[in-house]
Structure formats: C-alpha cells, structure tokens
Write a protein that binds this ligand. Sequence first.
Ligand code: SAH
Length: 284
Amino acid sequence: MEYYEFIIIVPDASRDALMYKLKEMGSPGLYEDGAVLRAYFENMNNIDLLCGELNAFRDVLRSSGLDPSFTFTHSVLPAQDWNEAWKKSIAPINAGNAITIIPPWETAEAGRIIIMIDSGMAFGTGHHETTKTCLAHIEKISKGHAGKSLLDIGTGTGILAIGASKMGFTHIVAVDTDPLSVDAARKNAGLNGSENIEVKEGSISEAQGTFDVIIANLISGTLIEIAPEVASHLNPDGIVVLSGMLAGEEDMVADAYMKAGLDLKEKYLDGNWVTLVVSPALNF
Ligand code: SAH
C-alpha cells in the first residue's frame, strides 16, 4: 500500500495540538524531524478531505489562543519508506521514574517497567505528553493502590491499562469506542502478558461496578460529558486522573466534576496540555 506523506512546518506552541489532531484524523504514523512534522495517511483517504480538515483546524487553534500559521505539503510515498519512517518514530520512550515504552522489535535496559506497544492505527505510542503524564500518575498512585482496580476510558493502544497491570493493579477494565483501538489494545495486552485486562468496545457505560482508580485521556468535551458516570463508577476513596484537555479548558472540566461530587486535588500543566486529579468530596 502507498501512503501520503504530509510535511508540516508548525509553530512550537501549536505542535502538540496539531499532532493530536493528525492522530484523530487517522494518521497511523507521525514523527517529529527537527522543526518538521511528518504525518502519514493511507492513500485510500481522500486527499482533498484531509487537506480541508487540516485547514479547518486553524480555527480550532485560533479559538484556543494557539498560533494557527502552520504550512504543509503532501506527496505519495511507497509503503516501504513509510515503514522505515514509522519504525524510527517509535524508538523507546521513558515515562515516570521507571517506565519504558518499546515497540516489539526493541529491547529496554534491565530494571525498567516495560510496556510493549505495537500501535498500528490506534492512539497511544507514548510520544504524547498526556500519555506520559498519565503513566507517571499511574506509577505514583500504584504505590498505595497495588492490588486494586482501575478503569481506563479511551484506552487506544491499551498503553495505560498495560502500564497499570505492570504496576500492580489486579482488576483492569479498558474501554474504547473505536473498534480498531479495541483490537490494538487486546493485541498489546497479549504482547505484554497482561491477562488481567478486560477490553470492551464502547464508552464508560460498558464498565460494570466501581473502581479504585479511573483514568481518562480524552478531549475536554468528552471528559465533561462522562463526569456523572465517572463519579458513579468510583469507589468512595477512589481517585480520578483526567487528561487530554488543552490549557484554558481545565476550569470547565473541573466544574463538571465538582457538580458530580468530585473535588479538584491536583493540576498539572505540560506544554499546552492539562491533567487534573479529582476525588470524592468529603462529606461532613
Ligand atoms: N489512553 C491512550 C489513548 C488516548 S486517545 C493514551 O493515553 O495514550 C483517546 C482514545 O479515546 C481514542 O482511542 C478514542 O477512540 C477513544 N475515545 C474517544 N471518545 C471516547 C468515549 N466517549 N469513550 C471511550 N473512548 C473514547
């Protein structure tokens, strides 16, 4: 199969948001090459639609206060070159204190918590700030929650669920509305020998029961939409980690969770991305 290669020159401030958008548009391969971003799409995609969607994203950037002045060109690339470029794009990545994410053909140094990810078409290679921040949180929380349960909403490649399994969570449910992600997450869970992960197609309503930790790396609109259900699936002493919102959107998200009975405990900023930790308000 041939691929379109987009070569994009993007201002630093809007790079993360654009990378997220390219993934959302279905790019199975993305990599940063100095100041240039390369994104690949299967050539069965309609090139005019892809270009139109990219141009329309300028309005989104503008309304988030980000610089919309990226430029791009595209060409058709033979599959082999694309594979090489893609493999380069997923070299080992470290997250948290001890986590290393590797593709199946790499090895990691001894003593690391290894998450093996074959991303295929799904989101969650570990390159994205929000994924790394979520993994670092799971690592931190796992110290007091080993043996407990975790729900991963929007699992993508399964990266966070697998991380949780490697760090001692025993009962893990992962959901994703995208069937390609569900396949990828099941495959990756198998690659890692993480047999305690149950992957389901759909959103939070697919999850049964309550959990000690709920983690969701999603866009702000979805985080807001699912707030009441997140609260109803959380144990009374549970913790929720919310990521994927852009700076400036966090108050709206925190507000929705407060209305659902969860108080804001921690807030982190990584470039343009925000991660919130919320947990049940104390009842006096
Ligand atoms: N958890 C991974 C992937 C996050 S990308 C990581 O941290 O890297 C977000 C994922 O959420 C995508 O795979 C998308 O298909 C899925 N998604 C989007 N809306 C959803 C919803 N309402 N419920 C469940 N999954 C959703």
